[in-house]
Design a protein around this ligand. Structure first.
Ligand SMILES: [Zn+2]
Length: 507
């Protein structure tokens, strides 16, 4: 018997025209496809549902799994609603997907057409359709970017995590978020500006003093970089900065990945939020900074291992050891598997670090999109639903008061009253169940966010400041974000690195 797989995925279109929830869309597609399979007697052994909306392969976990399954050669075809679902992205990736299907003689089955890639005519048709889907994506992305530009120029807060001193909140009645001051944190921000601008205390000393005073920071303890970030962020002046970290697309291992680059010509808009510091405080800090002419040169860094206790050999599981070359050796430090007989070859430390950084960069980028869109709209939906249920409840309670009144006044007989009351009680019970269910959902949601709230700033901090961090600082931060990293370099010199995040991409 021939075996088939089913692949379901929302498209950007579905998200953009938000009326139908993703789940509903997928369920609808699923029903259509199931009916189609029943009719054609296609034997579907597994259904893969992609809920994330990433456009690159690396951000589509179910697609990667699908390709893995197809690669086993066990399947006669993959069933999907239309061929565009299989690819949105670069032609390299579409090409790769096509190759996997072709090499395994796996057909793409849609209700309107069966694509057999062994058949040359179909192959061309597929190519064309893939191209079309990329074009469509480009126009949609453009529209999304336009929407975001608009929001920034209106002074809305565009980030996903509020800067220290502020809390993000949903603007009532309109789309988007703004910031509100967290009074205790705002005091610390002003203190930092005064310490630096007025008292002439350096970044490191400020960090040290704050830590001594046990003042909590966003990621555990204060460091030079968290102070620098606060002293250079115009958000405290009541501004919104935009396009500071645009993403650039680069191609790595045949896949398109996005890279965040700091841009010094970013745009500033007047924010909707209150400033924490005055223009005068800001200018003082700028002039002190210029006079000091800070360079990023650090005093003697202690050489240690940024991946201490979290880096393992993928082959044998041993902890990789960091080796430093002797004075006569003209080479840079490397990692080595200490297990006798393990054929994992030495890996240059800087190669190791840059692979982990790029993997984290693309993860963070996609995760921010995920958090920003799906979680935010999920929150909005929950809030709306809760509001509706609550007004329903108060309505029902009012009705109940009213019939009590009618009974007292003798308008209602006891019989009429009990009949009406029974149905009201039932409705109230239903609404209460719905309310407590929604509250539970809100709670889960905020749990997800608070997890993310710890890990995202830490990741952002590492990525933004990597070259300025000491190995010990790097190690502390990596340990907040990563469960572990495993690596293996084959005798042929091919390197594979796997990162295990503390916060996996939610499916
Ligand atoms: Zn090993």
């Amino acid at each position: 018997m021939e075996l088939y797989l089913m692949y379901l995925r929302k498209s950007r279109m579905d998200l953009d025209f938000d009326e139908v929830s993703v789940r509903e869309t997928l369920n609808r597609h699923r029903k259509i496809l199931e009916a189609f399979c029943r009719e054609r007697k296609l034997n579907v052994v597994e259904v893969l549902e992609e809920v994330v909306s990433g456009e690159s392969l690396s951000s589509r976990p179910e697609m990667l799994r699908l390709l893995e399954l197809v690669n086993t050669g066990l399947y006669a075809g993959v069933i999907c609603i239309d061929i565009e679902r299989l690819s949105r992205g670069s032609s390299l990736e579409s090409g790769y997907i096509m190759q996997v299907f072709q090499a395994n003689n796996c057909k793409i089955v849609t209700p309107s057409k069966i694509y057999d890639l062994q058949n040359e005519a179909d192959e061309q048709f597929t190519d064309m359709k893939f191209m079309f889907s990329r074009y469509e994506l480009k126009t949609i992305t453009k529209r999304l970017v336009r929407g975001r530009n608009q929001s920034a120029s209106e002074g809305k807060f565009m980030g996903s995590i509020a800067p220290y001193g502020y809390r993000a909140y949903k603007l009532p009645g309109v789309k988007g978020n703004s910031l509100e001051i967290v009074p205790d944190e705002a005091k610390i921000v002003r203190m930092i500006y005064d310490m630096y601008g007025q008292q002439g205390i350096g970044y490191n000393t400020i960090a040290y003093q704050l830590n001594e005073m046990h003042i909590p920071s966003l990621n555990g303890s204060w460091g030079q970089t968290s102070i620098t970030n606060i002293l250079s962020n115009e958000v405290y002046l009541g501004k919104i900065r935009w396009r500071r970290e645009p993403t650039k697309r680069i191609i790595r291992d045949g896949m398109v990945v996005k890279k965040r680059v700091l841009n010094n010509n970013y745009e500033l808009y007047d924010g909707l939020h209150e400033p924490i510091i005055t223009q005068e405080q800001w200018e003082r800090v700028v002039s002190v900074r210029n006079s000091r002419n800070h360079s990023s040169v650090h005093s003697t860094k202690q050489l240690s291992n940024p991946f201490a206790t979290i880096l393992f050999c993928e082959k044998c599981g041993a902890t990789l050891k960091r080796n430093v070359p002797g004075k006569s050796q003209k080479t840079t430090p490397w990692y080595r598997c200490p297990t006798r007989g393990c054929d994992c070859r030495a890996i240059k430390c800087h190669v190791m670090e840059s692979s982990v950084i790029s993997a984290m960069e693309s993860w963070l980028h996609d995760y921010l999109i995920y958090i920003g869109s799906d979680v935010q709209s999920q929150n909005d939906h929950l809030e709306t639903a809760l509001g509706i249920i609550r007004s329903q409840l108060s309505d029902l309670q009012m009705q109940q008061d009213k019939i009590c009144d009618l009974l007292e006044k003798g308008v209602y007989t006891v019989e009429m009253f009990s009949k009406r009351n029974a149905s009201l009680v039932e409705e109230i019970r239903k609404a209460q169940t719905a309310e407590s269910d929604l509250l539970k959902k809100c709670e889960n949601q905020s749990q997800v966010e608070s997890e993310a709230g710890k890990i995202i700033p830490a990741t952002q901090h590492i990525l933004d400041n990597y070259e300025h961090l000491s190995p010990a600082e790097k190690n502390n931060l990596w340990k907040i974000v990563l469960e572990k990293v495993s690596a293996y370099r084959t005798p042929d010199g091919e390197l594979s690195v796997h990162i295990y995040l503390k916060l996996p991409m939610k499916k």
